[in-house]
Write a protein that binds this ligand. Structure first.
Ligand code: AMP
Length: 358
């Protein structure tokens, strides 16, 4: 069985690594020559909307999935005419636009921060009156890792913020004073089987995920699973889906969803019975899902911008290094580290040791 992946970055690379023991092969469609999944897969080097390349991909593989949500809708439509594409196109269309995404949450009675659509300077002014300040202005599409966002506080010039996000369709959201950011990784198979991983608590630095810690028996787990189930079932979803939440008291406010394997689920490679990557593959192939329970206590630290001191990291017990084979560049995720320990206390102690060497 050969699987096509749109995108050839680290998520595609880790999907391939999870798929080889299951006897799967991979082809990635990815324009960059130095795609980090390329050494593990066939590499079709072309733009995502190159219809000849899409035809070639469809001829070479049995099934297509993707590792990012900004895939052109026309590409998914073209591929969908000749072979299965999972997760389904409607989930891409929803997740790539913050307004559609938040409207879906609203429709499913999943709480969110208050938000209003912004089309120009005038509607931004009206949105500020409605939402109040502080607030956060976000482009509807192509925003990730804190890009395409502008925090607005009392006294800030609206024109400056509007220009800073590139004067493109946006939403204005109330700025939430959350206690924690958490995410759930959920999975639904082509046969309708559902599974949920334990919540992860996420810490961001400059808008980029830095640390994810798997939570054991968190009191918000049932609510997160209920919310995720509503989304999975509404979209007739197949594959792994991540939803990020702001936690305020007993409430979870959905911030965004990703119709793919997600950075806050990387801890599952060593920290769960089955990784999110393997379960995504099982789900899209209609195979039984693997267990999602945590094995001991786990946390994942992203390596951002520079390569680490490898011997120092490997010298720490119960510490697992994943390098993606990417050249370091400011703000770029070049790898991650997962720590797995028998207790919460041991995990925190190991994290302190790790922080001294990265
Ligand atoms: P996003 O691209 O929506 O995931 O935003 C990146 C990060 O910005 C989030 O993980 C939060 O730390 C912060 N952020 C985004 N939206 C809000 C909000 N409405 N209130 C407070 N913080 C936010």
């Amino acid at each position: 069985m050969k699987i096509g992946i749109l995108g050839g970055g680290q998520l595609a690379r880790m999907l391939a690594l999870a798929g080889y023991p299951l006897g799967l092969d991979f082809v990635v469609l990815e324009p960059a020559a130095d795609a980090c999944a390329a050494p593990l897969a066939g590499h079709l080097r072309a733009a995502y909307d190159d219809s000849a390349a899409l035809r070639q991909l469809a001829a070479e593989v049995d099934l297509v999935t993707y590792e990012f949500e900004s895939v052109p809708a026309a590409a998914v439509e073209q591929l969908g005419m000749s072979l299965p594409v999972f997760p389904p196109a409607n989930s891409l269309a929803t997740a790539r636009d913050r307004s559609h995404e938040k409207n879906l949450f609203r429709e499913l009675e999943i709480e969110t921060a208050p938000f209003v659509e912004v089309h120009d300077l005038q509607t931004l002014q009206l949105a500020v009156e409605q939402i109040g300040l502080p607030a956060i202005l976000k482009t509807r599409t192509l925003g990730y890792d804190g890009k395409g966002q502008q925090v607005l506080r009392a006294g800030d010039g609206l024109q400056v913020a509007w220009e800073a996000i590139g004067q493109v369709p946006a939403i204005l959201e109330g700025l939430i004073e959350f206690e924690r950011e958490v995410s759930i990784i959920a999975v639904r198979s082509a046969c309708g089987e559902l599974a949920f991983y334990p919540l992860a608590e996420n810490v961001h630095e400059q808008g980029i995920l830095r640390l994810s810690t798997c939570l054991h028996n968190d009191s918000h787990q049932p609510l997160a699973e209920d919310y995720a189930r509503r989304v999975l079932e509404r979209l007739d979803y197949v594959g792994v889906l991540a939803i990020e939440f702001f936690q305020v008291g007993s409430h979870l406010l959905a911030n965004e969803m990703a119709p793919r394997v997600h950075n806050s689920g990387h801890w599952t490679i060593e920290g769960a019975e089955t990784s999110q990557f393997e379960n995504h593959l099982r789900a899209i192939l209609g195979l039984p899902l693997g267990g999602t329970a945590a094995v001991e206590h786990a946390a994942m630290v992203n390596l951002i911008g520079e390569l680490p001191d490898v011997p120092a990291i490997l010298g720490l017990k119960n510490t697992h290094l994943h390098l993606y084979g990417k050249a370091p560049r400011a703000g770029r995720k070049v790898g991650h580290i997962t720590i797995r320990e028998i207790s919460e206390q041991a995990l925190q102690e190991r994290l302190l040791q790790l922080n001294k060497v990265i």
